[in-house]
Design a protein around this ligand. Structure first.
Ligand code: DGL
Length: 284
């Protein structure tokens, strides 16, 4: 018999966002641009990062714990701002927290890629877990069965982003090593016209990547399309915080380890300086 619990949350509650680290801040930024009146509560599980090299069972276990923390704080929607956690744990989270709306980043990324491609040849870069899971490959071919999807695990970009090494010879060398054989193939092989950044840490490398793969390749970052999906879902559920609410609230940040480091690197993702007092240390 289907479970029919009704959702009773107030539009005044925050949207909860989760990532294994600070990559999900690219999604937070896009949501706060699109929906400035919304309260945002962010949790980065920096103590357990990286998730992308762990097994599916471990990723599910970690993600459930982190999501529970956000739910306990009181949220009206959960956004899994991490491709790795979305790929492994989205169905489990939806079931576990039903009827709370739970959104991931893979489907919006796949939609944006299918909308952008002209030759239906799409490359996806992500963590090892996301690529092995095949979540993007499946989401894209569900939307466009004729698509060719080339996946490439680029695990090294995660610690490099957390370190702030997003440009210069190291970043460029890594990008060449990961992508040259996809984007400079023999003339008979299809060359992707679209590259999906299938990890929320990767938008920081956009400039380098564009240089390495060439200006004609369209780069898709799922942050914008996820913000659009969040907006649509809040409207559908009648959960938008009124735009005339008095103030534009500042987001709240929680991390599971090393606030100083979070503050330092988060500023890169947010495009503004974050202060120590804005970040709370939590234990899961
Ligand atoms: N930001 C995460 C993602 O989007 C990956 C980082 C990690 O490996 O923990 O996949």
């Amino acid at each position: 018999m289907p479970v029919t619990r009704s959702l009773s949350v107030s539009p005044a509650l925050p949207i909860g966002l989760f990532d294994s680290g600070i990559g999900g801040l690219t999604v937070l930024r896009a949501i706060s641009h699109r929906l400035p009146q919304e309260k945002l509560l962010y949790l980065g599980d920096t103590a357990r990062l990286p998730y992308g090299t762990k097994s599916r069972d471990t990723i599910i276990r970690y993600t459930l714990k982190a999501a529970q923390k956000l739910v306990d704080e009181g949220i009206k929607m959960l956004v899994i701002a991490c491709n790795t956690a979305t790929s492994a744990a989205l169905p489990t989270l939806r079931e576990h927290f039903f009827p709370l709306p739970v959104l991931g980043v893979v489907e919006p990324g796949a939609q944006a890629a299918v909308a952008a491609t002209r030759n239906r040849c799409i490359a996806v870069i992500a963590t090892e877990a996301t690529i092995t899971d095949g979540a993007y490959q499946q989401a894209i071919t569900r939307l466009c069965p004729q698509a060719t999807v080339l996946g490439r695990a680029c695990s090294l970009f995660v610690p490099m982003a957390e370190e702030g090494w997003i440009d210069g010879p190291l970043a460029e060398g890594a990008a060449h090593r990961y992508l040259d054989d996809i984007f400079t193939p023999a003339v008979t092989a299809p060359r992707p016209d679209t590259l999906v950044l299938g990890c929320t840490h990767f938008p920081l490398f956009k400039k380098v990547l564009q240089r390495v793969i060439g200006p004609q390749v369209h780069i898709v970052d799922s942050a914008e399309t996820t913000a659009l999906a969040v907006d649509g879902e809040l409207q559908r559920l009648n959960l938008l915080r009124p735009a005339d609410a008095a103030e534009e609230p500042a987001p709240r940040f929680m991390t599971t380890d090393n606030q100083q480091r979070f503050v330092r690197t988060a500023s890169l993702f947010l495009g503004r300086t974050l202060h120590h007092g804005e970040v709370e240390l939590v234990n899961l």
